[in-house]
Design a protein around this ligand. Structure first.
Ligand code: ARG
Length: 454
């Protein structure tokens, strides 16, 4: 492909080994936008006539239209998206096309393209995060009153509500949104003009190019700009963490939809049957989401490993950044969409929830707090309640059904009103501190998110 220096073409295997156009063609839109901005700067610097610029611009727009219409044939021999588009441009418009690459290298070009790609995909992901939050919020609102046990160690711990549980995920996705928005600031910086490594003797207006492409600013060190893939790793980390949150939600829903829990029913449209067992209704969407978190982490790790040993600046290893990046965005986009749909179609089963949350052991800590209010130091109260629990368990009596005599045989600190503790309304009403599942808190947080997501 390169005229001049070489006396032998690459072998077929080398071409196949090195080509990236089979996947980096996805950057075409950004590559063309970058080239138009770059050409405009060349014209403004007097390097291109108005006519030459116009030929380049309309030539590139023609190529864009053809690609979008599926009428463009990508050539592996031309290696990557950049070379494919540039060589087709020159084929179409002749000599102005051959001027386009002045003061530019594929090194700053590819960094520009992937930054623009990241930015567009981040914006789309931010929208999908909102949709997912909305789906959770609507479900939380629909079943705001339904109480369930909260779990630690997957053992019943203390009473919470469906709303409080689902809102926990809304908070997580809220942090994901902030993290991705913050990452976007570092993504949105223009490397164009950094050339291959050390800028160019031909100085184009970098700020104007950046502004045309919607970048906030320009990179300040040409070597850093060419070598840097932090914005990709950071993005992949943000996507990995979204995947983690969706994976944890998946695990909750796998449990909730089991016969053992029965807290929720996933819709037929979001579950699958078994080829053998006619009764089965499997939560495959949840399981796939849980499984796909692994590939999100894999993508992050593969780029980090590819970058860590590289001397400055560009090394061809960096070409390996693209497939993981594309895959993570495609994975997370589908995951957010299908999960939002699944959550919207999910039904909560209030009877099963009520049954589970009626377990008086969930209020053992409240009983200890009751003793604390009567002046017993917490550690001692914990022990006195532990004794009551032991009697309840060994005699097969619900904790709430121990008699006053039984309680007082453990300690006279138990008062005549001890049974008043076993009341869920009381348990929720007393938890007034911010963050606790008090109904007023829940309403406040539901309203906060409703407003924020509207
Ligand atoms: N396809 C290449 C990549 O993705 C573009 C940059 C090529 N630069 C080079 N000096 N070979 O990294």
């Amino acid at each position: 492909m390169w005229s001049g220096r070489f006396s032998q073409p690459n072998t077929d295997l080398v071409l196949r080994y090195g080509e990236s156009v089979s996947y980096d063609w996805k950057l075409y839109e950004h590559d063309i936008a970058g080239s138009i901005a770059h050409a405009r700067a060349q014209r403004n610097a007097g390097m291109l006539t108005d006519e030459e610029f116009e030929a380049i611009r309309s030539g590139l727009l023609g190529i864009l239209a053809d690609i979008q219409a599926g009428n463009f044939s990508w050539k592996m021999q031309l290696e990557d998206v950049h070379m494919n588009i540039e060589s087709e441009l020159t084929r179409r418009i002749g000599s102005p096309g051959a001027k386009l690459h002045t003061a530019r290298s594929r090194n700053d070009q590819v960094a520009t393209d992937t930054r623009l790609y990241c930015r567009a995909q981040i914006d789309a992901t931010l929208e999908l995060l909102r949709d997912m939050q909305r789906a959770l919020l609507l479900k939380a609102e629909e079943y705001a009153e339904v109480r369930i046990p909260g779990y630690t160690h997957l053992q019943r711990a203390q009473p919470v509500t469906i709303a409080h549980h689902l809102l926990a995920y809304v908070e997580m996705l809220g942090r994901d949104t902030e993290r991705l928005s913050d990452c976007r600031r570092r993504v949105n910086v223009s490397p164009l003009g950094s050339g291959a490594i050390a800028g160019s003797t031909i100085n184009l207006d970098r700020a104007a190019i950046a502004a045309e492409l919607g970048f906030d600013t320009v990179t300040e060190n040409s070597m850093d700009a060419i070598a840097d893939r932090d914005y990709i790793m950071e993005t992949l980390f943000c996507l990995s963490l979204i995947g983690t949150h969706l994976s944890r939600l998946s695990e909750d829903l796998v449990l909730w939809s089991s016969a053992e829990f029965g807290f929720c029913t996933l819709s037929d449209a979001h579950t699958t049957g078994s080829s053998l067992m006619p009764q089965k209704k499997n939560p495959d969407v949840c399981e796939l989401t849980r499984g796909k978190s692994g590939r999100l982490y894999g993508n992050l790790v593969s780029v980090m490993v590819a970058v860590k040993g590289l001397p400055l600046t560009y090394n061809r290893d960096l070409q390996e950044d693209k497939e993981p990046l594309f895959d993570s965005f495609e994975t997370i986009s589908l995951a957010l969409r299908v999960n939002a749909e699944m959550v919207a179609g999910m039904r909560i089963n209030p009877d099963r929830c009520a049954d589970a949350v009626s377990d008086p052991l969930l209020l053992a800590t409240d009983l200890a707090d009751y003793l604390v209010r009567r002046g017993v130091p917490f550690r001692h109260a914990h022990e006195l309640v532990g004794k009551a629990v032991a009697i309840a368990v060994s005699t097969g009596t619900p904790l709430s059904r121990l008699t006053l005599e039984q309680f007082q045989a453990i300690s006279p600190e138990y008062g005549a009103d001890v049974h008043s503790v076993f009341n869920l309304d009381r348990a929720f009403a007393l938890r007034t501190n911010p963050g606790a599942p008090n109904p007023d808190n829940t309403t406040r947080r539901l309203n906060y998110w409703k407003q924020k997501l509207s």
